[in-house]
Design a protein around this ligand. Structure first.
Ligand code: ADP
Length: 551
């Protein structure tokens, strides 16, 4: 059948972050932006921020920032970082948020790879910059975001002062016309499985992603919320929250450099009537422990978004018992990052509802998903049994990396290969089994390191567990558990006890060859279990421990 070629008669409105800025200015003047700094809590409003965003854009122009130039930030979650989130893309440049937990050599690689031109740095992060001096030639200007009067900077080249720059500009910046395809922001993958690669978001992708975040069946951010993003502003755009809060007009609360401290999160949440928290599982493990010890509760918090790694069942149940409802989400830097959300509605038994909440949920409206056989590339059925690599496509999914790395990430028919392995059931609930690089290949079969970890973490005396596959002469690889015992049970858990506990909960041939007790699971710069480090330091599996490794 011929398709009619008649065009629609709607406007070609460019989807850009300038629209979000417009909403902040026109509709959300009174909404608060609260930040915990070293000297206490600072309180401002979107209304007070808008002239500063205009001034910042003027300052960027004056120091020579041109459309498309990368402007890097090394900053905590705070009000100034939010100003940069708006001023940089809206004046036509590209906001590049640097991960302040990276080693200097990684930062050096990333800054040089992105060819950042300007670098904004929080005062407390300055020591991190020292080893980089002289090694990042693309940076023409450094701007210090000082706390209090600008300090003397021994050993640093000339730095501009943030407040002095802003003071010299006008409240009214003539924002340029932005085309929606222009780059708005850039973020490097955290490199859990390889070298970091630059993901470049467009104004259009950010705009549509923001609308997605607001959607009720998605994260459902509303004007009525007070949002505390524990997830750093350098981790996949803080999951899109900095623009979602502007679009919706939600109050925002930043914990500054205290984000890793559960006590600060709880105190801020209490004081600021926070309704919505977002962070990786390790953050909530710490928070749950603190709530249990202190006896405090956060009854006003209605949503705790948890993503970045799978949510262990024990964590979800503990949080439920503390009155905090986890909303499990999946995504990656390359998916802006929101890919799927585990919302569960009526008609399920409590057990079934819990099981579904523990899946990675259903793909976000706007994104398409499929699973494919890694060997043949064929699409697999959504039957809850077959598992293969997740591939996605949609308006906020990357089609390539900065500088053209890894061109094979996109399939010939335009889908993005995520490197995650999952099953999808008939209702569309996604269950991530593993990452292709972490899945354990034992005797030609796959063992999911994630499922095994969750089974171990369900042990009441174990706080954290990471599972890796180690080489085995007969079976190729066998699973080894690295477990952290809860402080009150230290020295009281045996390897045999853990294995006994797992019997009947996982297949016999999944039982780990060894359980090694450690004080802490090494974490990546964004708080995920760092299996690369575990693998690098692992001693070989002891001879003769493998019991049964066949199905
Ligand atoms: P990196 O890939 O370097 O870790 P990202 O922060 O982009 O950086 O991580 C994305 C990856 O994190 C996903 O591909 C997936 O493997 C994992 N991930 C994210 N959310 C979840 C989740 N809810 N469950 C399981 N894995 C997740």
């Amino acid at each position: 059948m011929e398709v009619s070629a008649v065009e629609g008669l709607m406007q070609d409105y460019e989807l850009s972050l300038q629209h979000v800025l417009w909403r902040i200015e026109r509709l959300h003047q009174k909404k608060e932006v609260v930040t915990k700094w070293d000297d206490g809590v600072h309180r401002t409003t979107y209304g007070e921020m808008v002239p500063r965003i205009n001034r910042l854009a003027g300052a960027l122009k004056r120091i020579g920032v041109k459309p498309g130039d990368r402007v890097a930030t090394l900053a905590w979650n705070n009000d100034r970082h939010l100003e940069l989130y708006y001023a940089v893309p809206c004046m036509g440049a590209v906001l590049h948020t640097l991960n302040l937990r990276l080693f200097p050599q990684h930062l050096e690689f990333i800054i040089n790879d992105a060819e950042d031109k300007v670098l904004f740095v929080d005062q407390s992060i300055l020591p991190l910059l020292k080893p980089l001096l002289g090694k990042i030639p693309s940076i023409k200007t450094m701007v210090l975001m000082a706390e209090g009067p600008a300090p003397a900077l021994d050993g640093f080249p000339e730095m501009e002062d943030y407040e002095t720059l802003l003071a010299a500009e006008s409240d009214d910046y003539p924002w340029p016309k932005i085309s929606e395809r222009m780059a708005a922001a850039m973020c490097y993958t955290s490199g859990t499985t390889g070298n970091p690669k630059g993901v470049v978001y467009s104004h259009r992708s950010q705009f549509i992603h923001t609308m997605g975040v607001l959607q009720g069946d998605n994260l459902g951010v509303t004007e009525n919320d007070a949002i505390l993003p524990v997830v750093p502003m350098f981790h996949a755009n803080s999951w899109g929250l900095p623009y979602a809060i502007g679009m919706a007009g939600a109050k925002v609360v930043f914990a500054g450099r205290f984000s890793a401290d559960p006590k600060s999160i709880v105190e801020l949440s209490e004081q600021e009537d926070v309704t919505f928290l977002a962070g990786v599982p390790t953050v909530w493990i710490g928070l749950a422990n603190y709530l249990k010890e202190s006896g405090k509760r956060l009854p006003k918090v209605s949503t705790v978004v948890c993503g970045g790694s799978a949510v262990p069942q024990a964590l979800m149940e503990t949080m439920d018992s503390l009155g905090l409802r986890i909303l499990h989400a999946w995504g990656m830097t390359e998916t802006s990052p929101l890919g799927s959300v585990a919302r569960v509605y009526g008609g399920h038994t409590p057990e079934e509802a819990l099981r579904l909440r523990l899946t990675q949920g259903r793909v976000a409206p706007g994104v398409e998903i499929r699973i494919t056989d890694p060997a043949t590339g064929e699409e697999l059925p959504w039957d809850g049994v077959a598992f293969g690599e997740i591939q996605v496509r949609g308006p906020w999914i990357a089609r390539g990396y900065h500088n053209g790395y890894d061109p094979d990430k996109l399939t010939e028919d335009g889908w993005f290969r995520t490197g995650d392995v999952a099953r999808i059931d008939a209702d569309g609930y996604i269950q991530i089994v593993d990452r292709t690089k972490d899945v354990i290949k034992s005797g030609g079969e796959w063992i999911s390191s994630v499922e095994l970890e969750n089974a171990v973490m369900a042990h009441p005396k174990i706080m954290e567990a990471a599972v890796i596959g180690l080489p085995h002469p007969k079976w190729d690889e066998r699973p080894v558990v690295y477990a952290v015992v809860r402080p009150e049970f230290k020295g009281q858990v045996t390897e045999e006890e853990v294995r006994e506990f797992l019997k009947g909960k996982v297949a016999k041939w999944w039982l780990p060859d060894e359980v090694r007790f450690i004080d802490e699971v090494p974490k990546t710069s964004v708080g995920k279990f760092d299996k690369k480090v575990l693998r690098a330091g692992a001693t070989p599996i002891k001879e003769g421990v493998t019991q049964e490794a066949r199905k």
